[in-house]
Design a protein around this ligand. Sequence first.
Ligand SMILES: [Zn+2]
Ligand SMILES: [Zn+2]
Length: 342
Amino acid sequence: MHALLLEAPNRFSVTERPLPERGDRDVVLRIHRAGICATDITTIKGESPVAIYPMTPGHELIATVEEPAAAAPAFAKGDWVTIYPTQGCGHCNACARKEDNHCATFRVQGVHRDGGCFAEFMVVPEDRLLAVPATLRNDAGALIEPTAVATHAIRRSALKSGQRIAVIGAGSIGLLIAQAAKAAGAGYVAVVDRLPERAETCRALGFDQFVLSDGNLARTLAQYGEFDIVFDNVGAPATLAAAVDGLRTRGTLVMLAFPHGSDPVTLPYPKVYRKELDVIVSRNYAREDFTASIALLEGGKIDAARMITATYPLTKFADAFSDLRNNPARHLKILISPKEQV
Ligand SMILES: [Zn+2]
Ligand SMILES: [Zn+2]
């Protein structure tokens, strides 16, 4: 099969790879669309602490079942599916609680393991499959996984109807969180980014305010009143300070930024203390967040057409990758299609 092969950081090509071996309970998926995620970029650049080489990366996908599981199949050939990609060890306390996303050694295919979805086919355990409803059997289905990051963050935040929220960082995850917050009844949604081009996107998505991060973000954000919840996707001292300043007393700070390196995070603790803030971390998602994600997408609460800014054939992966890296203002989610005609 055709697959992206990442041999070492920054060294990749689309080449012939054998289909991975499979067991009785594995299925072969025919990939329809695969989304490029920030995680893939760090993996390709060699900045992911968990990546292995060589590997085929990719974990956001919509597919059809090509070959069902040999033993007691629950999915048939041709069924439209996506995957819950997290696989726990199966025997630790977290796994026993069915929280495989908190297993200390969980693995995601295409992130920590070879066998990702930038390929024509993928072999996955059948118990990872999730059925995709008819209305999402198209490009929108590739957004189910990243939208689950957003529904997890909303669930963690305990957002209540009418609340005022701010989202710092208007990349694809930030914009999905803002849309999920609106769907959950947020009364006012402000989105902060340093790319002025995001203003137009935010207007089109119907958010109340776009805030250009201009070097004095704390002062800028505070102009828009007090927030009940601030979602920070950046994790920099300046954005966290701005989030703390923007929150009301007993407000909630939700931190989503992936930690690169082992530097401690910097929070202005005296203000956190005086305001008695709830500081929450939201990491990836749990399986149940995919149910909420599918419901949001099905209900039209996520503007898939606006979130997907380009689709490239797999053979042009290098072009897709450089387009995404060189034109951050133009792109949100770029999809990859194994078919030459996209
Ligand atoms: Zn992802
Ligand atoms: Zn475990």
